[in-house]
Design a protein around this ligand. Structure first.
Ligand code: HEM
Length: 124
């Protein structure tokens, strides 16, 4: 059995624990305008006042069994984005795309927008 530090809650041995990552990462208590696409919320300036340890961020899990490939994963994503942006410019395809509320695709294994996001792509 394991007592959660600072509480009188006991997790019984063998109990399954589900962590609501999506809800935690979209909680206004931790992130201002949580549904806004705002990569700057993670830049150095913003991270200095709100460090990664005092707000939930579990994209790669946490603890001793967290993602072993986190650095490679981040590097791959950055290289991919840089190559895509070097060669092409992207715009949302139409007004509907600009204004619609994000809905999630219920049949997708990974979290993704319903019907995708339609873009117009221009060669630079
Ligand atoms: C953006 C890319 C990636 C994301 C979002 C991601 C996410 C995750 C997550 C959420 C976990 C579970 C951690 C936990 O239970 O706390 C995990 C585990 C793991 N990931 Fe990744 N991952 C990525 C890329 C990679 C890459 C590139 C590799 C290998 C080269 C990798 C290898 C692993 C392995 C081996 C585990 C299991 C670690 C263990 O159980 O001890 N991942 N990953």
């Amino acid at each position: 059995n394991y007592r959660i530090p600072g509480t009188d809650k006991i997790l019984e041995k063998g109990a399954e624990v589900f962590i609501p990552v999506f809800a935690l990462q979209r909680d206004e208590k931790y992130y201002k305008n949580p549904n806004k696409f705002d990569p700057d919320r993670f830049n150095e300036e913003n991270s200095a006042t709100q460090t990664q340890t005092n707000r939930p961020y579990y994209s790669f899990g946490d603890g001793p069994r967290n993602c072993i490939g986190v650095r490679l994963g981040k590097l791959q994503v950055k290289v991919g984005l840089i190559m895509m942006m070097q060669q092409f410019r992207y715009e949302l395809a139409n007004e509907q795309e600009r204004t619609r509320q994000m809905e999630f695709e219920p049949r997708s294994f990974l979290l993704s927008p319903r019907g995708g996001i339609k873009l117009r792509i221009f060669k630079r």
